[in-house]
Write a protein that binds this ligand. Structure first.
Ligand code: SF4
Length: 411
């Protein structure tokens, strides 16, 4: 069949975009338009659907296919005519992969397996998918689905001496070819141990997984079963950080250029750390404020792309020289803040020197050139507010900068 024009798929799920992009689906569909987006567009255009007459699909009536979108919906349709079929219903990603492993093991062991496995990724099924407005209660959805289902069953199912006959099933058997509905998948299996933790260091850094705990959340939401396997998938280029639910959550409090905290994240961390110090849960609290020397000159001399690389290099220099308990972030522009709980003034000054040296050693500038930074240090006091700590460390940075000679072009 030759297709004229393009096909848009109206769907309840943002993940359908991946499915239609997959070469295994023949790339026949060009657009994934979610119900949510469609609703928004109709509202923007001032279209009121209730003003239009109700109509049915072209061609054959759809039967009770509308129940597919709720958990167990596939079983409901199959069981209209075959109540004895062995079906397995699996909900949520947490159970899906362990069940598939169990299914595989049973096949390998030549044990009987269910004839049909119905797996739904989202809790509440597709009716509450990521591309729906999700404002309706589950009972309300069920009530409407049940009413429609009963109407269709009354219209399309005939009880005979040989059992129920479902009108459209005959049509499906005669006209449709089941082979057209097969779906192939590419095996992206990654063996554990392909990469060491060290090999994955950069991936973990970009995923903002800078602590041992963050690398072992293993919540399964990405579908890989463990953070390490997911990091391996990114390493070989078959996935991206946005598929990690923790990464997506943390984006609200993190900088867009570096994997460090953003201004809001730093404010929250400073407030929390100060509270822990003032309630004697921590012995000390030191704060560093770092600023790249003459950053404007770096941008003017080498361009903004190199300027961005310089900021990323500062972020790395900081992250690699602080402990898991510490916080680091980009306060704004080329200014970075480091919060060091349980750290005294002397130790904080040593850390500041180490970071300054690591910044100087970074090799992102062309022609073997280097850039430097200045760091202010302040320690919290019992009666401090977060603003007071910030003002003191900012003053300390100002003092540190006063003694620097400005960088000249090409130096
Ligand atoms: S979604 Fe993120 S946190 Fe969860 S297992 Fe995958 S990589 Fe780890």
């Amino acid at each position: 069949m030759t297709l004229k024009g393009k096909i848009a798929f109206l769907s309840p799920c943002i993940a359908k975009a991946d499915e239609i992009e997959d070469p295994n689906t023949g790339r026949l569909v060009s657009y994934n338009i979610t119900f949510d987006k469609l609703k928004q567009k109709l509202a923007e255009m001032g279209v009121d659907l209730s003003q239009y007459p109700k109509t049915v699909f072209d061609g054959k009536p759809p039967g009770i296919g509308h129940v597919y979108s709720r958990p167990g919906g596939l079983s409901e349709t199959v069981q209209v005519t075959d109540k004895n079929i062995w079906m397995r219903q699996v909900d949520s990603i947490d159970n899906a992969y362990s069940y598939l492993q169990e299914y595989h093991n049973r096949i390998e062991a030549h044990l009987p397996v269910p004839e049909l496995v119905d797996i739904l990724n989202c809790r509440g099924g597709c009716n509450f998918g990521t591309g729906t407005s999700q404002h309706t209660s589950m009972d309300e959805v069920d009530y409407k689905t049940n009413t429609q289902k009963q109407k269709k069953l009354d219209e399309l199912v005939m009880e005979t001496a040989d059992g129920p006959v479902y009108g459209i099933e005959e049509y499906f058997d005669n006209v449709l070819d089941w082979k057209d509905y097969r779906r192939l998948y590419t095996n992206h299996k990654i063996e554990n141990g392909t990469f060491t933790d060290e090999d994955l260091d950069d991936v973990y850094y970009n995923l903002r997984k800078n602590t041992v705990e963050a690398r072992k959340i293993n919540c399964h939401a990405c579908g890989y079963g463990s953070c390490k396997r997911f990091a391996q998938a990114i390493k070989i280029g078959i996935n991206m950080p946005e598929s990690c639910i923790e990464y997506e959550r943390s984006r609200l409090l993190h900088d867009t250029l570096t994997p460090l905290l953003n201004h809001a994240g730093l404010e929250a961390a400073l407030e929390q750390s100060l509270w822990l110090y003032q309630t004697r849960q921590h012995d000390d609290l030191a704060v560093l404020m770092l600023d790249v020397d003459d950053f404007k000159m770096v941008n003017d001399s080498f361009g903004h792309d190199v300027g961005d690389e310089a900021l990323k290099a500062v972020a790395k220099a900081i992250s690699r020289n602080i402990a898991e308990k510490d916080f680091a972030g980009r306060w704004g522009g080329d200014e970075f803040m480091v919060i060091l709980p349980n750290t005294c003034q002397e130790e904080a000054e040593e850390i500041a020197e180490t970071i300054k040296q690591a910044v100087k050693d970074s090799d992102v500038l062309p022609h073997g050139e280097h850039f430097t930074s200045s760091v202010g240090v302040a320690c919290a006091r019992d009666d401090d507010t977060p603003l007071a700590v910030f003002q003191r460390v900012d003053r300390s940075l100002y003092e540190a900068k006063k003694h620097k000679i400005p960088r000249s072009r090409g130096r």
